[in-house]
Design a protein around this ligand. Structure first.
Ligand SMILES: [Zn+2]
Length: 265
């Protein structure tokens, strides 16, 4: 993070110095560091700001089903029934405000043997990438407090839409949270039918995949819950089990600073 900030500031200063004589060079010095920072903020596989797990280690035919943006009073109970029918385990990345609005749902998720993880308190999709350290801290702490009231202490966090923030790495580590992304997602809001979402989510399945799906009102009615049902059925047909990885199956991220490289953690 600090290296990105340093490169950016150095680029701006150098651009100001050479600008009067070398305007083309100054333009590059000004904007290239911005592009580098944007890459690490917005591209999921970029690991320079905060390491995000995109797969898990397994020797079996296993995938990790993760369901974001709940809990939802209509969808969560139906999803729990589907998971039980398939003998599947999943992780629910929940939004604190929704947890507080629908008390009891998180306890039902845990009672059914699934994991509850942190997906911010308010899901600030548009502003998360540029939020101040104080705002990031509030999103994390308020979400933790909301979940604590339901008897849950999460260890895993997923930012809205997988967006990163310059202050996220430190904020997560001081709170004992790791960052989890995904290797496949259905993009429910882009498609009008469940089949497209199911196909997209399962088209490149391999052991250790992390699948991202959504619940709640923002999912189109034709897709809501149906896509999760279809993915579970497809996984069953192809012999995959849905598991929740242990910490050992999510090995520590690489320690080197990946400025331009990509990781598959
Ligand atoms: Zn979300």
């Amino acid at each position: 993070m600090w290296l990105l900030i340093f490169i950016n500031l150095a680029g701006k200063i150098a651009a100001a110095i050479v600008g009067p004589t070398e305007p083309a060079v100054a333009l590059a010095l000004w904007f290239v560091p911005d592009g580098l920072a944007a890459y690490h903020l917005f591209v999921l596989r970029a690991q320079g700001i905060v390491a995000m797990h995109r797969r898990f280690v397994t020797a079996g035919r296993e995938v990790w089903l993760t369901i974001d943006d709940g809990p939802d009073p209509q969808d969560t109970p139906r999803i729990l029934e589907l998971l039980a029918a398939h003998g599947a385990r999943a992780t629910f990345f929940v939004i604190g405000e929704k947890v507080a609005a629908h008390p009891g749902l998180v306890r039902a998720i845990v009672a059914a043997g699934h994991e509850v993880a942190h997906h911010t308190q308010t899901h600030p999709l548009a502003s998360f990438w540029c939020a101040t350290p104080a705002r990031i801290g509030r999103e994390l702490d308020e979400g933790l407090a909301t979940l604590a009231a339901e008897g849950v202490r999460p260890t895993r966090f997923r930012p809205p839409a997988g967006l990163k923030n310059l202050w996220l790495r430190g904020a997560l580590s001081t709170r004992g949270l790791i960052c989890v992304a995904w290797s496949a997602r259905g993009l429910e809001s882009r498609y009008g039918d469940a089949d497209s979402v199911i196909r997209r989510t399962t088209q490149h399945l391999s052991p250790g995949a992390i699948l991202l799906m959504h619940e709640g009102q923002r999912v189109p009615p034709a897709i809501r819950v149906h896509a999760i049902a279809g993915v579970l059925e497809r996984l069953h047909q192809t012999g995959y089990r849905c598991v929740v990885p242990t910490p050992e199956q999510l090995p520590s991220p690489a320690r080197w600073f990946q400025l331009v490289g990509a990781g598959a953690l």
